[in-house]
Design a protein around this ligand. Structure first.
Ligand code: FES
Length: 340
């Protein structure tokens, strides 16, 4: 294998890509923005068309890249490693302040707190502050495996180099069962890359209210977004719906209740899809339909399991929200690794 970097030309932009480096990683580290979301080949957001050159890339899912697109030269940049110099269709050089240069990050575990059944809040103290936009995520390196797992920041940007993550146990998961729930200790070093993803809070028109729909630990980036939005405008109207199956899965209730008590525009509604209790039951999308006669004049951010996100998008469209104001992040299961 060649040891020299390959060059990727994209219109007026050019970046170098090290041997074994994925194209998306090379672009983002060079400060050239390519839309991206999952970084694991399941969303298709990062596709680019190669006009000249070759790459090593695993076969993409048909649902992510159609046969026609593959024949036209499209590849997933998050999965593709150049094996020659490349020319790709030009990329948009986005100098928007919400996109940040990807980099390696180091820190130490600051705290580990069980907040619900099978759910932890973990904080990491960074060696250097990280610039990111509310809604983005980092990839934590699982010690001794070479594998990574994505976790969204729950804190807003600019908080003294501390990151907060909400982590739910995945049975048999290499990150959770093999490490975080079984052996992670306060003070241990943590390696990450980030920030990733374009699930980014966009202030939009400050007069727009926000609807935040979360499933499970999909609440994390929405907590970051709500905090960032309230820092800009403490009066902003924000409707937060948090869907979980059982009451024992709920967490951060006090945080949201306090936020609602201190900000007259904030409404917080936890919803149980299976359990019985004195509060709301059912799915978050149904709760939106029941509560809000129209979603015109709002932006929405949805994060959680794919079925919850899709149902939530349908509900918002039924309530006449403009599709361009709907931002979504699906938590897709990681490719299964053996537990370590
Ligand atoms: S498929 Fe590449 S970012 Fe999702």
């Amino acid at each position: 294998m060649s040891e020299r970097p390959f060059r990727i030309d994209a219109g007026d932009t050019s970046v170098e890509c090290d041997p074994d480096q994925k194209m998306l990683d090379a672009f983002l580290r060079a400060g050239v923005w390519i839309p991206n979301s999952c970084n694991q080949g399941t969303c298709g957001t990062c596709k680019v068309r190669i006009s000249t050159g070759t790459v090593d890339t695993p076969p993409p899912l048909d649902t992510v890249l159609s046969h026609t697109e593959q024949e036209q030269g499209f590849v997933l940049s998050c999965q593709s490693v150049p094996t020659s110099n490349l020319e790709i269709d030009s990329v948009t050089v986005d100098s928007s302040a919400r996109h940040h240069v990807l980099r390696d990050i180091s820190g130490t575990v600051g705290s580990i707190r069980q907040v619900a059944d099978d759910t932890l809040t973990v904080t990491v103290m960074l060696d250097e502050p990280l610039e990111f936009t509310a809604g983005q995520y980092v990839e934590l390196s699982i010690p001794g495996t070479g594998a990574t797992r994505p976790y969204s920041m729950a804190n807003p940007p600019g908080q003294d180099g501390e990151l907060e993550f909400h982590i739910r146990r995945q049975p048999g998961g290499a990150a959770t069962d093999g490490w975080i729930f079984d052996g992670m200790t306060v003070g241990e070093p943590v390696a990450m890359t980030g920030p990733w993803g374009d699930f980014c809070f966009t202030p939009d028109d400050p007069d727009l209210g926000l609807i935040l729909l979360a499933g499970g630990t999909g609440l994390a980036p929405l907590k970051s977004i709500a905090t960032a939005a309230l820092e800009l405008d403490p009066e902003r109207e924000i409707h937060v719906y948090h869907g979980v199956r059982f009451e024992s899965d709920l967490y951060d209730v006090e945080h949201w209740q306090t936020l609602a008590a201190n900000h007259p525009g904030v409404n917080y509604t936890p919803c149980l899809s299976r359990g019985q209790w004195s509060g709301r039951t059912g799915y978050v999308g149904d709760a939106v339909i029941a509560d809000l006669p129209s979603c015109k004049g709002f932006s929405a951010y949805l994060c959680g399991p794919p079925a919850m996100v899709e149902a939530g998008v349908k509900a918002l469209k039924r309530r006449r929200m403009s599709p361009r104001r709907i931002h979504r992040e699906k938590y897709t299961p990681a490719i299964q690794l053996s537990p370590v």
